[in-house]
Design a protein around this ligand. Structure first.
Ligand code: ZN
Length: 409
């Protein structure tokens, strides 16, 4: 097994360093020999790919094959910088499709299922990979792009969708609209809610909330336009598994050294079989917990307990403590009756950094309960501002709930 994997890694490096201008130039600039091992290459940042694309528009030079072999174009959402265009060949897209189909089958989706895709029909990979993964599996894709939430609910009811794919935030939004519009019956046929795009669905509190609202099982999965669909849910114990036979997986600290067992670190991935737009030791920005233990269900692939627990660019240091918005979210979801919320990081006049969380809550006792939960789980004092239900902004895709007003950073 190890030898095989080594062979695949060696073959990828040989091909890429022979034919890919971006990777060749990178290795040459580093002064490495003509045949470096994967571990000798420094981890790759998204910014390097973005810069290359800006200098060599429109697709950049991270292309292993002639341009006419590429059939798929997607782009990153560009929330933390300019968007990046990522190309796939037909073979690479077949790899995406089969991994997506596998992930869906882990959640129990099979031939005969009707799966509602509550995504826009845009340039982001999620909708397309889901649609093609479903086709590979023989299940029916129900596109819900270009519709209001109420129209989506009516469609789900009319076609009797058996599963729903969306962000965790949007799953709760859809439930809220179902209540407002008296369309509760629309969710009755949905047996599975399959989420991605935010840490949310791996947070036990969020998952439980979605399961209660929908009366359905909720699953998380993870992928990146640049690296591929790497994570599928542990169907028994929660968290995610990484496709070990498809990715070399490392978990590193800010100095890029491997983190210790039980520690949080950034996930660094090398997809082994996607050759057209290769990323070697790619810094995903996803924060995960490292464990060398198998999941309690004994599944063979590497387990990420808690799934994606945050993003490296989300983390904020408040009075010496690392604070992830996902940890705040987990506390909010733990309080019954809580609704939408907004996090503001700000500086007091004295210069101390503080956290304020506005949250839709029933009343004072819930606010006190939340404050106590935050103190226990985050180790810092958080100012809770209860607000009335329905006043905070709603999100259709990935949620934007953090406002950073700190003066000195
Ligand atoms: Zn498992």
């Amino acid at each position: 097994m190890t030898a095989t994997r080594k062979d695949i890694t060696g073959e990828l490096l040989r091909l890429v360093l022979e034919r890919n201008p971006f990777q060749r130039a990178r290795v040459a600039a580093l002064g490495l020999g003509p045949r470096p091992a994967l571990a000798e290459l420094p981890p790759l940042e998204k910014q390097e790919l973005v810069l290359d694309q800006q200098r060599n528009p429109p697709f950049g030079t991270n292309l292993t094959h002639p341009l006419e072999q590429y059939t798929q174009l997607h782009q990153t959402s560009g929330t933390t910088g300019p968007p990046l265009r990522v190309l796939d060949t037909a073979d690479d897209w077949a790899w995406w499709r089969s991994l997506f189909a596998d992930t869906l089958s882990v959640t129990g989706v099979s031939r005969g299922d009707r799966v509602a895709l509550a995504f826009s029909f845009g340039p982001h990979v999620q909708f397309w990979a889901a649609k093609d993964g479903l086709q590979e599996l023989g299940a029916m894709a129900i596109p819900l792009g270009g519709m209001t939430s109420a129209q989506r609910l009516r469609t789900i009811a009319e076609v009797q969708a058996t599963a729903l794919m969306c962000t965790p935030t949007y799953a709760l939004r859809l439930f809220e609209v179902a209540m407002e519009e008296r369309l509760e019956h629309a969710l009755e046929s949905v047996e599975r809610v399959i989420c991605t795009g935010e840490p949310g669905a791996s947070l036990p509190g969020m998952r439980l909330r979605i399961e209660e609202c929908f009366g359905a099982r909720c699953y998380d999965h993870a992928g990146l336009t640049e690296a591929g669909p790497f994570g599928y849910p542990c169907s028994v114990r929660g968290g995610l598994h990484v496709y070990d036979h498809e990715f070399v997986c490392e978990i590193v600290d800010t100095a890029l050294h491997p983190v210790a067992q039980g520690e949080r670190g950034e996930l660094v991935l090398t997809p082994l079989r996607r050759t057209g737009f290769p990323v070697l030791r790619y810094r995903t920005g996803d924060v995960v917990v490292r464990t060398e233990e198998r999941c309690p269900a004994g599944h063979a692939d590497r387990w990420l307990p808690g799934g994606i627990v945050g993003r490296t660019d989300d983390m904020v240091v408040i009075r010496g403590m690392n604070v992830y918005p996902s940890a705040i979210e987990e506390a909010v979801r733990g309080v019954s009756g809580s609704g939408e919320f907004r996090i503001t990081f700000y500086s007091e006049r004295g210069g101390m950094d503080e956290v304020k969380v506005e949250v839709e809550l029933a009343g004072g006792p819930e606010a006190r309960e939340l404050q106590e939960l935050m103190r226990q789980q985050l180790g810092i004092r958080v100012r809770i501002v209860p607000v009335a239900s329905g006043v905070l902004p709603r999100h259709e895709g990935k949620a934007r709930r953090v406002v950073d007003e700190r003066t000195a950073r």
